[in-house]
Design a binder for this molecule. Structure first.
Ligand SMILES: [Zn+2]
Ligand SMILES: [Zn+2]
Length: 88
């Protein structure tokens, strides 16, 4: 079972919301990730395996609030706020 960190936000390189200086990865690297796609990411992003960046998001202090989503290898349901499993 694995701990899921808070989800990052995936952006296309041209997105104005993407912070500069992040490492660039192909979209395929996120196929099985629980990271969240920003509005700038479309079906074409995945189909063409476009380069993207993953922004470390700051969700602020919050209490773990289980969502209905639980990957098979996750220690528990993902948090509804940050999509992470938090520390037990
Ligand atoms: Zn974006
Ligand atoms: Zn959370």
């Amino acid at each position: 079972m694995k701990h899921y960190p808070p989800a990052r936000i995936i952006h296309e390189l041209a997105c104005r919301s993407a912070p500069p200086g992040l490492p660039i990865l192909p979209m395929a690297a996120f196929r099985d990730s629980h990271d969240i796609a920003h509005d700038c990411v479309t079906r074409a992003t995945a189909l063409n395996n476009r380069p993207v960046v993953a922004e470390p998001a700051d969700y602020g202090p919050h209490v773990y609030s289980p969502s209905g989503e639980r990957p098979a290898d996750a220690t528990r349901a993902l948090c509804a706020v940050c999509h992470g499993t938090h520390t037990p």
